[in-house]
Ligand binder design. Sequence first.
Ligand SMILES: [Mn+2]
Length: 372
Amino acid sequence: MKIIHFSDTHLGFNDLEILDEDNINQREADFYDAFSQVVKNIKIIKPDYIIHTGDLFHRSSPSNRAITFALEQFKIINELNIPFIMIAGNHSTPRTNLSSPILKIFENFQNIHLSYEQKYKKIEFEDAVFHTLPHMNDDTKALSQIELCEQNIDSNRKNIMMLHCSVGAWYLMAEFGEWVYPPNKEDVFAKMDYVGLGHWHGFQKVGKHENVYYAGSTERTSLNDKRNSKGFVVVDIDESLSVNYHEINIRPIKTYEIDCEDFESSIEALHVEDIKEALVEVKLTNLTPLQSIDIQANDIKNLFEKALHVNIKREFKKTDEDANLGDVEALSLEEYFLEHIKEESQEKEYDRLKNKVKELFANYEEVSDDTH
Ligand SMILES: [Mn+2]
């Protein structure tokens, strides 16, 4: 039995305010392209089943374009006559019971089987049982749902469990609304032929479990996700289990470092290659606050002309004076900066620099850490 497992496609995600030739946000188009690549591979590989473990859309109320794209792709998948089982993730589950789950729009496709009702659902076929546990806003009922799943294991057929949650990293509960799988229920996994997970965006086997895998996302929802490899998983369940990761082509991300202690020669030493249409991140290290005013973002960006986007991170030099600034972590970078200039310069000079700093920070976008 062959299963294609993919996940976290986040359709409708957009970023960077760059438009493509069709006037669609370029990063949004990248996510559609990644999804299409998986569908093309499904057509070639022709698995027995297809599973998607959540976060089909980036939002629980996606844009018209994201919905239209998904419906077009689902029509293609539906016509393949391969059962496609999909669960809801946290991004596609409404936070209140007042709004209707978006996945309902696929209910009329004959070969598409959905689980979005925030409870255990068994989806059965002649040779396989899919035990689905979609995202649940109320995780107090998760335990009873896992027990229900356990009771429904059918030893005459293949058993595949599908979840959208954190497994094995119970201490990393960073994201609001995320569901963490109870560690004392991990023994259920061994009774399954395969456990397909969604939520974490990197392909990985989970801990000591031989049959538990995150498929990973098909694109990056944050520039903090530096992975250059995204894809899907082909699972073969026969006498033994074999799990193979297939890479798709995504826009590359490249990182560079410029040491401002030795600015000129550090720039000369840069090896800028293969950056056409890439996402580039440049870290300026050992900066002094005054130097940071003089080094303009545009001058750095011009070094990477062919890139789609250049993201500049500024890392300040550590000095003994830092101790005088009090509780640095409580301050924003802008406050820290102004504080430093105040101490270092005359009043008139401070007023001049203050305005300049405010102007610079107004253009400076801090990227939030959103990797799920
Ligand atoms: Mn996700």
